[in-house]
Design a protein around this ligand. Structure first.
Ligand SMILES: Cc1cc2nc3c(=O)[nH]c(=O)nc-3n(C[C@H](O)[C@H](O)[C@H](O)COP(=O)(O)OP(=O)(O)OC[C@H]3O[C@@H](n4cnc5c(N)ncnc54)[C@H](O)[C@@H]3O)c2cc1C
Length: 448
């Protein structure tokens, strides 16, 4: 294993391997380490869904029929109301993949790009030079400790953010822990369907009101029944039981259950610091609507690789100032949209099942692909209040959510181009976030 490298990546899953491959392609020496073994790299859960379009967009090899990681492709996802009505279609090609062999595919790809991947290698602590700048990490492999010097140390270690949380206060990136209140708890039930001919899902069907879904899986007679909830796995279980009592699900028998969590909070305002970047779940780059993270992390990785390739030319150490454009480019685009959604969601979903049904019926918030842009959101809600479909309380929630979300969107769209303006921007962002609702608060209220 290299003791000196340009880029040291901690975490060899979807974010770390992708960034490693990109940087190696650009000619940098890259070492990726992960504490997992080959057999369990990526084994947190079995089946993952990734949009087909992202493979060509991000230049990654696409799994296909006959590959060990490929299960199938489905071509549609639909959303239905809390009363199981008014399906909203979205045509989209989604690959159903097995995570562990998919991680082997990405490992092979990163190696073919020139990156070194060292498994069963654990990050212990960050290393700093005599001026206090990050310069690599102390690793542990086969019981021995090893100091690896790197110009850029990358935290792609998932929700634990092993490196980021160990950076000193005021190093340039927030070192918060993504705690229990900042997570989305996902429980997946792999089931055998009693009547597969009639019930086998050909696409994903989601009930956003309950944050539940049914999706295809590897077993031809099976399905995945999923639920996500804020607060805790216990609360997710209670929501699940409530949902099952509605009788919307086909008859089934549970094969096995997996549970894991994903970040559900705003990302750090800056992803970069001197000699450092956080990517993927370590940077909380997940979609607030679904909790999914893979393609959204790839988006940040691709920006980061472009910028670092310039900044790190000719052996230069990447300072936060030099790499600042990564923050600006991400926060003004996907970052702004996700921030708006995160801020709006609790207000948007705080209504009764009947109100949610009304919203679906009148395409307020939830639209079919053929309806996009055809409905006026404000007019729809006002009509809802006038005709008794939406209560004044829910109207107020929606209006407040839309207003806070709009302000946050605008603020992120004006993310500063220079770190010198960051202090003022951060102060205003803190005020805006303090006024935004929280899905965890909502869950807590519901659970008492
Ligand atoms: C149940 C569930 C289902 C999901 N389904 C989807 C989906 O269908 N589609 C989608 O896009 N997203 C999905 N997500 C979200 C997605 O899993 C994450 O966003 C994504 O896996 C994050 O990738 P990552 O590379 O950042 O981190 P991770 O996949 O968490 O990988 C981090 C790696 O870092 C390693 N590591 C951690 N600490 C250390 C250390 N100290 N030393 C060395 N190595 C370390 C770990 O071993 C691990 O291999 C789902 C999440 C959950 C919980």
């Amino acid at each position: 294993m290299k003791e000196k490298t340009d880029v040291l990546v901690i975490g060899a899953c979807t974010a770390g391997l992708y960034f490693a491959g990109l940087m190696a392609q650009k000619g940098f020496r890259v070492l990726v380490c992960d504490r997992s073994s080959t057999a369990d790299l990526g084994c947190r859960y079995d089946i993952i869904h990734i949009g087909e379009e992202y493979f060509s967009q991000f230049g990654l090899p696409k799994p296909g029929p006959g590959d060990e990681d490929y299960v199938e492709t489905f071509h549609k996802s639909i959303l239905v109301s809390a009363l199981n009505n008014y399906p909203k279609n979205n045509s989209v090609d989604i690959l159903v993949l097995r995570r562990v062999p998919f991680m082997r595919r990405l490992t092979d790809w990163a190696r073919s790009c020139g990156a070194e991947v060292s498994l069963e290698t654990e990050f212990v602590e960050p290393l700093f030079d005599e001026t206090g700048k990050l310069c690599g990490a102390l690793l542990r492999k086969d019981g021995a400790k090893l100091r690896v010097k790197a110009r850029l140390t990358v935290d792609a270690s998932g929700i634990d953010a092993a490196v980021r949380v160990k950076l000193p206060n005021n190093y340039g990136v927030e070192n918060f822990v993504t705690g229990p209140r900042d997570q989305f708890y996902v429980v997946l039930r792999y089931v055998t369907l009693k009547n597969p001919t009639e019930d086998k899902p050909q696409f994903t069907k989601t009930w956003p009101y309950y944050k539940t879904w049914i999706a295809p899986q590897q077993d031809a007679d099976g399905a995945i029944l999923g639920i996500g909830a804020n607060l805790s796995f216990d609360y997710a279980q209670r929501c699940w039981e409530r949902f099952c009592a509605k009788g919307f699900l086909p008859e089934h028998e549970v094969q096995y259950i997996e549970q894991s969590s994903t970040p559900y909070r705003r990302p750090p305002y800056s992803f970069v610091a001197d000699g450092f970047i956080a990517l993927g779940d370590a940077a909380c780059v997940t979609n607030p609507w679904s909790g999914e993270g893979v393609p959204y992390a790839w988006f940040l990785c691709s920006i980061a690789a472009e910028e670092f390739a310039e900044v790190m030319k000719n052996g230069v150490y990447p300072t936060q100032t030099a790499a600042w454009a990564i923050n600006t480019r991400y926060q003004r685009s996907q970052g702004a949209e996700f921030a708006q959604n995160l801020a709006m969601l609790s207000g948007a979903v705080d209504c009764s099942p009947k109100e949610n049904d009304y919203e679906f019926a009148h395409s307020i918030i939830f639209e079919d692909e053929h309806e996009k842009g055809k409905h006026n959101f404000i007019l729809g809600i006002l009509k809802g209040v006038l005709f008794g479909g939406i209560s004044v309380k829910s109207l107020m929630n929606l209006v407040k959510a839309a207003s806070t979300g709009g302000k946050i969107l605008k603020h992120y769209r004006s993310f500063p181009e220079n770190p010198s303006d960051f202090g003022g921007w951060t102060a205003k962002a803190n005020v805006l976030w303090a006024g935004a609702g929280s899905m965890t608060d909502l869950a807590e209220r519901d659970s008492v």
